[in-house]
Design a protein around this ligand. Sequence first.
Ligand code: TXA
Ligand code: MG
Length: 323
Amino acid sequence: MDTIMGGSKSIEFGADLIKKGEIVAFPTETVYGLGASAYNEDAVKKIFIAKGRPQDNPLIVHISSPIDAIEIAKEIPDEAYVLWEMFSPGPLTLVLNKKSIIPDIVTAGYQTVGIRIPNNEIALSLISKSGLPLAAPSANLSGRVSPTEAIHVYKDLNGRIPLIIDGGRCNIGIESTVLDLTKNTPTILRPGFISPEQIAERIGNVINHKGDIVRVESPGMKYSHYMPICPCVSALTTGSACELYDKNENAVILGTNSFIESCGNRAVVSLGDTPDDCMKNIFKALRDSEESFSYIIVESFKDKHGYFALNNRLSKATKGITY
Ligand code: TXA
Ligand code: MG
């Protein structure tokens, strides 16, 4: 598995590859990313090819400090600095008006660019060492579950990319919140680890992803995402989870400890106790389960406080099928 490398040598090697116009998978605190120089159109093309990603879905540009944003975004509003002060480095992507130095392929033709400062030493050092902003989507095949370990990237992309930098398991395990600051009212395009309330607390007036005001979605949200390779459904109660389990061969139940406690001797996977636990564990649990089981039943977190982002991902993994 020599595509997977760890340690400081791997970062040097990765930075060299990026400078030469290659693509490199690297860890962030949310999920693994597949990065290329955001200034290099040909390099960015390789990302779309390796992932099989639709060309109309824009990429997030990763930088190591708010200062780097000045080179790629124009008309940066005060709100951006307020939010960076609070949440950077961290799992928040700000959509700003782009400068022409960012080629259209990165932003899928949009005149805006999503910018994020990842809270991960390896990612930050890869950006600094290459001296370039990195355009990077999650490092999975398009439509598949996002990778939270190097081995997940390997399974999807081995043979398609020259290097996977192994930084262990991602701390957060769910993607960044995408917030559009080019609208009259800041608008959440993709819910993520940082909640609308946390953002509103700093800058006021945020339109939630499910807000009443006309909703502007991240283009990426319309594609099928996070789908395991076997059927996956959600269950509102332990009772319905057990019923589904008994009706399907080789099934497994994923849920919080209190949910799986009363599943008898059926196969279960714990997602932990809290929303943070569940976000950290969900993608790994889905990936592990699809390898050993042929039917996945996940606890439904619909309308449960604190689980909005998780529920958003699960509604895609389950195609909205809830029992
Ligand atoms: O945590 C994350 O955000 C991870 C890590 C690797 O940083 N990245 C990630 O990238 O999830 P990706 O490509 O899988 O998802 C990016 C999302 C998509 O839904 C895309 O449509 C949206 O961000 N997006 C990016 N740039 C945008 C823009 N200029 N306008 C609107 N939406 C944008
Ligand atoms: Mg993705």
